[in-house]
Structure formats: structure tokens, C-alpha cells
Ligand binder design. Structure first.
Ligand code: ADP
Ligand code: MG
Length: 338
């Protein structure tokens, strides 16, 4: 007797959601990345109860056409890639077409979106099913409200950390995406309280001041270096300002926040003996490269990537940082000798 059957779409979406949407901060990350891909110049994020009761992300990007709405919330449906070879040169943050389908599978979600600022559409979803859709006046862009996250997957709720930790994870991902996108004005509010506001005027130092404080940001050292494959730039704390963990190092690769052990090591190597072992700088490292040189299709959350010239990039980062620190030291000592 046959025992095997195909799973329903609702169930496969819930399974996929387990990989993409681990916690409230994953919802924030995916929605903000979509807003960035939609070329928004303003992104507003609000959340309540560490993101479990509500996460709202509002952008003034391209909007979703009403004809596309159903597909946008279907798994493996995307506007960002279409051909096999696109997979080897991903220029957007998203491409897997999984986030919205995963989010609606494990929450109550409401979307209001408009591509022209005149006519728009509003739809509601719960547990992966669309409950309603109607025309709705809206400014251009998209607002997605995710409520009661994991209401239908209680096992997920149990696995979450304290509200304080989950809140910190939301703040952390927004901070890093804001640092990687100084051209976008971000606001982040927790239960109405403003936690972050960046002006979106391409001023990384100002964004850093908003996140880590003016006192730290004012002394940070600019660096920039390029070779034919990579352009690296950013801001580095002076060696006297260090932290006991690597959480204050943000690496953004073509605007994508990534975690990468080798590149973090390369940053530390740039500081060399100027900082003690076990200490880490505060740093924002922006890397631009041909998307052809990186495989982002390694993990559903895309935080880990595979670089084809990792050694060369590491060397460039180390050299760029050590030169910038050296120049800064000689400037400081020249001033001291005046
Ligand atoms: P992906 O980002 O991998 O394409 P998502 O599930 O996150 O998959 O989104 C599906 C599609 O919905 C996107 O390809 C995009 O066309 C559309 N979309 C999602 N969010 C937005 C947004 N904020 N503004 C405009 N379009 C959006
Ligand atoms: Mg996406």
C-alpha cells in the first residue's frame, strides 16, 4: 500500500518558514530588504512586544501591482531573477521568493500597496491563506503589518529568547542595514518610542553617530581601497576604542549584511598588534564587487555567502585598514608635535 503523499502548499510553506523566519528579527530583515530592493528612499519600521504582537514596515518604494499581489505571497515567485544564469549574478538582496510566503504562513499579515500613489490594494492573510482583498487608497509604496507571529506554530514561540534579546536582535539588524544603506532614511520605533532615525543623506559618519553615539563616531577613521575586482571602504574606530566581541563589526557586501569569519579576521589583521588579543574594533566595512564573484545562494537567510576570491579580498581589506590606521597615527603625532 502506498504511504507517500505530497504535502499541501500550506504545510510546505510552514516548513520553509522554519528556515527563513526564525524569529521576529527575521521578519524585519526580510521586509526591510524587500523595501531596499524596491528602491525605497524612506523605510519606517515599528514593532510591539519584541515583534511578536506586531511588526510594521512601511516604504515608499515601487509598490506591488495588484495583478502581482497573489504571486508576491506565493513561494518561489519573485520579480528579481528569471533565468538560470541570473543566479550567478544576484544584484538584489532577495531572489528566492520565499520571504512573504513564509511570513504569511506563520502570522496574520496585512498589506497595503500602491505602484502609483493613486489606486492601491489591501489584502489580509492568515496561516498562509488569503482572507480578503480590496482596492484601497494609498501613497506609493508598501506597508506590511505582521501580527501574532508564530500563533500557529507554538513550538517556535518556545524556542525564542527573552523579549529583551529578541528586541535587541531587531535593533541590531536594522542598525546594520541602515549602515549599509546611508542613502536611505530609516526610522525604527519600539512601541512608539523612537530608537533610530537616519537622514538618508549618504553620511556614514552621521549614521554611526546615531547608532553608536557622536563621541565614538567623531574619531572614526575613513578608509578606502580598491583593486580591479573589489572596492572596499568604510569607517574604523581608533585602536583605543575596542569592544570585547565582534558584534560591532558590520560587513556589508553590495549592501547585504553578511557574517564572514575570514573577512573579520582580515579586519583584525589590519589592526595587527594595535589592539589586544580578544578585543575588536567598531567598524563598518562596505564591499562592492561584481555579483558574479559571490554566491549568495548558500543558505535561506543569505547571511553566509561564498566568495570566489576571498583571499584577495581579505588582503585588500587588511592593507586598506593598516594603511588608514598608519596615516591616522602619523597625523595625530604630527599634530601632537605642533
Ligand atoms: P524575493 O524578495 O526573494 O523576491 P519575497 O517573498 O520577499 O521574495 O517577495 C516576493 C516579491 O514581492 C518580490 O520579488 C517583489 O516583486 C515583491 N515585493 C515584496 N516586497 C515588496 C516591497 N516592499 N515593495 C515592492 N515589491 C515588493
Ligand atoms: Mg525578499
Amino acid at each position: 500500500m502506498a504511504k507517500i503523499h505530497e504535502l499541501s502548499e500550506t504545510l510546505t510553506n510552514q516548513i520553509a518558514a522554519g528556515e527563513v523566519i526564525e524569529r521576529p528579527a527575521s521578519v524585519v530583515k526580510e521586509l526591510v530588504e524587500n523595501a531596499i530592493d524596491a528602491k525605497a528612499s524612506q523605510i519606517e519600521i515599528e514593532f510591539i512586544d519584541a515583534g511578536l504582537k506586531e511588526v510594521i514596515v512601511r516604504d515608499n518604494g515601487s509598490g506591488i501591482a495588484s495583478e502581482d499581489l497573489d504571486l508576491a505571497f506565493r513561494r518561489h515567485a519573485t520579480s528579481k531573477i528569471s533565468k538560470e544564469r541570473d543566479l550567478f549574478k544576484i544584484a538584489t538582496l532577495g531572489f528566492r521568493g520565499e520571504a512573504l510566503a513564509s511570513i504569511v504562513a506563520v502570522s496574520h499579515t496585512e498589506v497595503i500597496t500602491s505602484t502609483d500613489g493613486i489606486k492601491g490594494v489591501k489584502a489580509e492573510f492568515a496561516g498562509g491563506e488569503k482572507l480578503s482583498e480590496e482596492t484601497h487608497a494609498s501613497t506609493k509604496g508598501t506597508e506590511i503589518k505582521v501580527s501574532d507571529l508564530f500563533y500557529n506554530t507554538p513550538a517556535r514561540l518556545k524556542y525564542l529568547k527573552s523579549p529583551r534579546t529578541e528586541t535587541m536582535k531587531i535593533v541590531d539588524i536594522v542598525n546594520r542595514l541602515a549602515l549599509g544603506h546611508s542613502e536611505i532614511a530609516f526610522t525604527l520605533k519600539n512601541e512608539g518610542k523612537l530608537l533610530l532615525k537616519t537622514p538618508g543623506n549618504n553620511n556614514l559618519r552621521q549614521d554611526l553617530a546615531n547608532i553608536y553615539g557622536r563621541f565614538i563616531a567623531k574619531d572614526m577613521i575613513e578608509f578606502s581601497k580598491e583593486d580591479p575586482d573589489f572596492k572596499v571602504s568604510g569607517l574604523l574606530s581608533v585602536p583605543e576604542t575596542t569592544r570585547s566581541n565582534r558584534n560591532f563589526v558590520s560587513i556589508l557586501l553590495n549592501g547585504r549584511y553578511i557574517k564572514n569569519y575570514q573577512l573579520t579576521k582580515a579586519i583584525l589583521a589590519g589592526y595587527g598588534s594595535k589592539i589586544a588579543q580578544g578585543r575588536y574594533p567598531i567598524a563598518v566595512i562596505l564591499i562592492e564587487l561584481d555579483p558574479f564573484l559571490v554566491d549568495v545562494n548558500v543558505h535561506p537567510t543569505k547571511e553566509q555567502v561564498r566568495l570566489s576570491k576571498e583571499k584577495e579580498l581579505s588582503r585588500l581589506i587588511t592593507e586598506g585598514i593598516s594603511t588608514a590606521l598608519l596615516e591616522n597615527t602619523s597625523q595625530v603625532s604630527a599634530l601632537a608635535n605642533l
